[in-house]
Design a protein around this ligand. Structure first.
Ligand code: ATP
Length: 319
């Protein structure tokens, strides 16, 4: 393979730049021409494709977001629209494409692979909700961002003897909520994968108050309910002073953590290795600290699951 391209798609995540840098540098190291597609699949259709040199990815490894930019492009589901993107790549002699993104981006990559462009996916999302990998790029950074906030909120919560409800990202997956609850020492975590009775949460807070506890922290994933809704529900059962913090998009920003930079660099280089070996239709991942590849169809065949042992542990340690 002589020419490849790379794009970032879907929601951005810290570490995407490090992945693009690795793809570009690894390709150049092996004398492969490498192109950056700006604005995801939208840029592919619009022919927003530029050749990268080693300097194009200089001073990027530490930056959050994605310098290639990302875009939602629902029309990419239409085969006629994809044809335009494929033609743009083929006219430039580009045979392989690395797609950094989430589940939706993988679906686009799978279609491209079936339609003549060799593709490899790299998991880039803060949600950690992609099958075939223990971790996605951006999860560790987002987790650390949340923990920093939880620690700060804990200071003010105990000074005023308040119950704080912190709403974090996670529509379908509770990984960010669960990991931040365990790492932040929260009293309660609400995740989409497990139903929890509000009365039960209120009873727990009450028992804590009776034991002399100065504050309570509840972490709720946005997919369960909003922080405000959680507060209203709680007030039906217990008379406590509650405050709500919605972390929102700050969770997606920031300089990537060391773990995310290393993960992204390993993924990017591995993706190029696979394309050089003539392999395609795979997403790369990490399982038990070993790089792995999983066929796109196997990624879609089941739903991402929460770590049940960790859920149990979080509940056991927050008594
Ligand atoms: P995240 O969930 O972290 O935001 P994602 O990659 O799942 O990331 P989506 O918005 O679901 O984000 O998908 C990104 C893009 O992938 C879409 O805008 C669209 O261009 C393309 N895409 C999604 N689903 C398909 C599909 N079934 N066929 C072709 N392309 C698709």
């Amino acid at each position: 393979m002589k020419k490849i391209a790379v794009l970032t798609s879907g929601g951005d995540s810290p570490g995407m730049n490090a992945a693009v840098r690795a793809v570009v540098r690894k390709a150049i190291y092996h004398d492969i021409e490498v192109y950056g597609v700006y604005q995801g699949y939208q840029g592919l259709i619009n022919n927003n494709i530029k050749e990268m040199d080693r300097g194009s990815v200089g001073d990027k490894i530490q930056r959050g977001g994605t310098f290639l930019q990302s875009a939602r492009c629902p029309e990419f589901k239409d085969p006629e629209v994809r044809k335009k993107g494929i033609q743009n790549l083929q006219q430039m002699g580009i045979e392989g494409l690395v797609v950094v993104g989430g589940d939706g981006s993988y679906r686009g990559a799978q279609r491209l692979n079936e339609e003549g462009i060799k593709t490899i996916g790299i998991p880039g999302t803060i949600d950690n909700d992609i099958n075939g990998t223990d971790f996605t790029i951006g999860f560790d950074t987002a987790l650390n961002t949340i923990i920093e906030v939880v620690d700060k909120i804990r200071d003010t919560a105990s000074s005023h003897e308040r119950t704080f409800i912190i709403e974090v990202m996670g529509r379908d997956a509770g990984d960010l909520a669960l990991w931040s609850a365990l790492a932040g020492g929260a009293e309660t975590v609400l995740i989409p994968e497990h139903k929890k009775d509000v009365q039960e949460i209120a009873d727990k807070i009450q028992q804590g108050i009776e034991r002399g506890k100065k504050h309570s922290i509840i972490i709720v994933a946005e997919g369960v309910m909003s922080g405000d809704h959680c507060s209203e529900e709680l007030k039906k059962y217990i008379n406590v002073d509650t405050r709500v913090s919605v972390l929102g998009h700050m969770q997606r920003g920031g300089s990537p953590s060391g773990m995310d930079r290393v993960l992204a660099s390993r993924f990017g280089a591995y993706a190029v290795n696979l394309l050089m070996a003539g392999e395609s239709g795979y997403a790369v991942g990490i399982q038990n600290n070993k790089l792995t590849k999983t066929k796109f169809e196997d990624i879609f065949s089941s739903h991402h699951e929460i770590d049940e042992d960790m859920y149990r542990l979080t509940n056991e340690l927050s008594i």
